[in-house]
Write a protein that binds this ligand. Structure first.
Ligand code: COA
Length: 214
C-alpha cells in the first residue's frame, strides 16, 4: 500500500514492525493492559511502540502515552496523533499540534462486515452514495471512514458521536468527505479543513484523515 500521500510531509507515520508487536512498553503503559488477552496486549504494544517511534522522529519528549477517559491516547503536550490496528497490521501517525489540528487513522481487513452490522453504520445517504460506486467492500469503507474521522475529531470535541451522526458526501478516487446529519449533536470546528483519504491493497483497507488550520 502507498502510505506516502495520506498525510502532509510534516507528519510522521510508522508501521509497526515484527518486534514492536511484542516489545514491552513503559511500566505505566503495561499497566493499561495488565490482565488483557494476548491479542489485545500485542496490538496495544504494536500501537504504542509505533507511536513512540513516530514521536521520536518528531523529536517529541519521550514520555508514556497513557489513555484518556474514552480510550484516546494521551499525547505529549504540543503533539497529536492516532493509532490503528487490526490482526496483522498496525500504524501510528503523529504531528506537532500546529498547522495540523487533528489526525485519524483506521485499518481494516478486506472482508465483508459481519452480517447486519451495516444498518447501524450506514445512513440512507451513505447507502445511496455507495450504490453508485464500485468500491470493494463498500460497507467496510463507510465503517472505516467513520471510525477514522471519529478518532480525528474526538480529541478536539471531547464528546462521543455515533455512526448516524454523519453522512459521507463524497467517496471518490481515494478521497472522502462528510457532512453532519440532522441528528448530529456535536459541533465540528468550522475553521478546520477536513481531508479524508482511503487506500486499498489486496488484503487491507486503510482510511486516514487530518484537520488543517488553513
Ligand atoms: C474508538 C474506536 C473508533 C476504535 O476503533 P477499534 O475498532 O476499537 O480499534 P482500532 O484499531 O481501529 O483503533 C483503536 C485505537 O483507537 C484509538 N482510540 C480509541 N478511542 C479513541 C478516541 N475516543 N479518540 C481517538 N482515538 C481513540 C486508540 O489508540 C486505540 O488503540 P489503543 O487502545 O491500542 O490505544 C471505536 O472503538 C469506537 O468507539 N467507535 C464508535 C465511535 C465511532 O466510530 N463513531 C463514528 C462517528 S461517525
Amino acid at each position: 500500500m502507498d502510505f506516502s500521500s495520506l498525510f502532509p510531509p510534516s507528519t510522521s507515520l510508522v508501521i509497526a514492525d515484527e518486534e514492536m508487536w511484542h516489545t514491552p512498553l513503559r511500566d505505566e503503559e503495561e499497566a493499561l493492559i495488565d490482565g488483557a488477552i494476548d491479542k489485545r496486549q500485542r496490538e496495544f504494544r504494536a500501537g504504542r511502540n509505533a507511536a513512540h517511534k513516530a514521536l521520536t522522529l518528531l523529536q517529541a519528549p519521550d514520555v508514556a502515552i497513557l489513555r484518556g477517559e474514552r480510550r484516546e491516547p494521551v499525547w505529549p503536550a504540543g503533539y497529536i496523533g492516532s493509532i490503528a490496528h487490526c490482526r496483522d497490521l498496525c500504524l501510528a501517525v503523529c504531528a506537532r499540534d500546529g498547522e495540523i489540528a487533528g489526525l485519524g487513522i483506521d485499518v481494516e481487513p478486506l472482508t465483508p462486515l459481519p452480517e447486519g452490522v451495516d444498518r447501524y453504520i450506514h445512513t440512507e445517504t451513505d447507502a445511496k452514495l455507495m450504490q453508485s460506486k464500485r468500491n470493494a467492500f463498500p460497507e467496510r469503507l463507510v465503517f472505516s471512514a467513520k471510525e477514522s474521522l471519529y478518532k480525528c475529531y474526538y480529541p478536539l470535541i471531547g464528546r462521543y458521536f455515533g455512526f448516524q451522526s454523519v453522512n459521507l458526501t463524497e467517496v471518490d478516487k481515494g478521497h472522502f468527505k462528510f457532512r453532519p446529519t440532522d441528528k448530529c449533536q456535536v459541533d465540528f470546528p468550522p475553521e478546520l479543513t477536513f481531508h479524508g483519504h482511503y487506500r486499498y491493497d489486496s488484503t487491507h483497507l486503510l482510511t486516514a484523515c487530518y484537520l488543517a488550520r488553513d
